[in-house]
Design a protein around this ligand. Sequence first.
Ligand code: ADP
Ligand code: MG
Length: 706
Amino acid sequence: MDLSIRNIEYCKGVGAKRADILRKELGVKSALDMLYQFPYKYIDRSRFYFIHEIEDDDTYVQLIGHITEWHTIGIGNAQRLSATFTDGRHTIELVWFKGVKYVKLERNVQYLLFGKPSRFNHQYNFVHPELTPMSKVQPELMQGLEPHYNTTEPMKRAGLNSKALRTIIAHLIPELQQQGMVDTLGMDLVQRYHLMRLSEALCNIHFPKDTPTMQKARERLKFEELFYIQLQILRQMKRREQNVGFSMPIVGKSFHSFYQNCLPFPLTNAQKRVVREIQTDIKSGKQMNRLLQGDVGSGKTIVALLTALLAVDNGYQACIMAPTEILANQHYETIQQLLSPLTSSPHHLIASSPKIALLTGSTTAKQRQPIHEQLRSGEINILIGTHALLEDTVQFANLGLCIIDEQHRFGVAQRAKLWNKNTQPPHILVMTATPIPRTLAMTVYGDLQVSIIDELPPGRKPVHTLHYSIQRRASINQFIAQQIDMGRQVYVVYPLINENEKLDLHDLTNGYNQLCETFPEYRISMVHGQMKAKDKDEQMQRFVAGETQILVATTVIEVGVNVPNASVMIIENAERFGLSQLHQLRGRVGRGAEQSYCILLTRVEMSKETRQRMDIMVATNDGFRIAEADLQLRGPGDLEGTQQSGLPFELHIASLSTDGQLLEVARQAAMEVLDADPLLEQSHNRIYKQRLDYLRIAAGNWGEIS
Ligand code: ADP
Ligand code: MG
């Protein structure tokens, strides 16, 4: 019977009980699902080691040799057996702690030893190795690569360990070889990209005869995985391209007046290019879905404002949504200030300023009422706010554009709400300062058009980053004093992983008190997530206005805060921050003309990974390089920016950190298939459509909007 529909229960070595566990633990329902459980590692059973070749304690090895001597130590349960094994040149100790009385050793017998070396007192030994007299070794055991599978605790309890899975799969292989399997990729793709056929790949991913064959099989299955993800994403994009969008062809009075008379600085070439890309989108008659990536400080706000002005010129309203109140306030103030020359100008050729309003959680009911009314009447042109503007009571006369800042902070559902604020979905521009490695961008945001601001405004001095241990606190305090006496301001940031954790707050207030003691002559603000919005705002404002010299804060200041006079960022317990978070925090300084500094403080003792992270921060200011490093160090699942939204699919064999090139090829292949047949209606593309349905990677509402 076809393996894809054979119930796993009826496969040899399974049965009802184990089938139930396989279903629950691995989602395996059919024989085919079982074949898609790929090994996570192989042990090379064709290779024999010499003792002197052992160099790490992580891989299984096999040796041939004999035992020269053994003795037991201790009595009863504490008994231990120690033996000396030699390969003719060197010796190594073998140790048994358990079942000592069952271990039968003989002199003058050649043994095959199989086990994982461990390190003890700077020497390697084997604990509980497998010893088989050579005369009894089955020859097939010593061939090829032995697959090992991941299992879970409930599986192990039911005897479904790696070896059991290996046996179940081994039973399926002859059938697979005889019957073959309908390929999930068309012959044209298989040939063009020199891929293994599916049946062959499935046989060889489990029981490869050698490493090159195994790699070929892996490559084929990785390609398949990436291809289907891209097919799904690109199909979504094609569908979305069909969405009718509000046409905004006019570059009118507000845009022109602002651009010609009020720009406080010339735009960078990158900013100009992005504005042009957006212009092309919004006049096309289709709905824009664009991601704007730009490192911290690259100047996304002005691009957002120019885009909003275009919408206004075309008779539409625009909204700008930010993830925090601090950030929304700041956007409101920045934009109000930028637009103020328009308001005050008596010159009749200059447009009057568009009306803007701010709506956040702190907006009182009394303040809200006129805002609600003026949004409905169309009097307000640009609404700036937090997710308060998602509420159903917030209704627009004619919303044509939504700009979402720091988009990774919002959930999919929240963003989807914006779609329904008009009869037809408004244009969407999502902005992020968390650079995303290309492979991730192609998958997480693969259905969006991407614009990148890859140029910082001129005259910026790169932030100087230093890594110190807390033992150097005295000299750091000296440095703080020096900078403040030069007129600068200083951030001191504490990690607050969980806003409810008392312990974290304790660190923060402690730090604040100590700073107050050390620097009685300075004024110090403090901001954290548990403060009332009003108090937070007040503390923030004092720092922004230069009334306080030091701001002690948690990561609430991570995004968006702009105080050009601040030149020092001190990050306490830097080991507790992820790379992109550190980079975000560093982006708070270096915004003025002065040389700025970022000081990462850790304990003296730190893990290898922490050291790597600190080294990268010290070595580079390039957000994209940092994002790549983050991906390498932590894997895509943990990357900030995807944490909240999560990857929309699970990768079983391909990796976004190492298979970037294959991903490009798979995306290209998927693109070609869809370009020729967007709806996958042609008969030779039916396999793709069926497989997509089967995979159902279009899980939930992913893709409604990203
Ligand atoms: P981000 O991309 O992090 O949101 P902002 O929009 O907050 O960056 O801009 C950071 C700072 O750079 C602001 O003070 C802004 O006024 C300034 N800025 C933006 N574009 C330019 C430019 N082209 N030339 C000079 N300064 C600029
Ligand atoms: Mg910003």
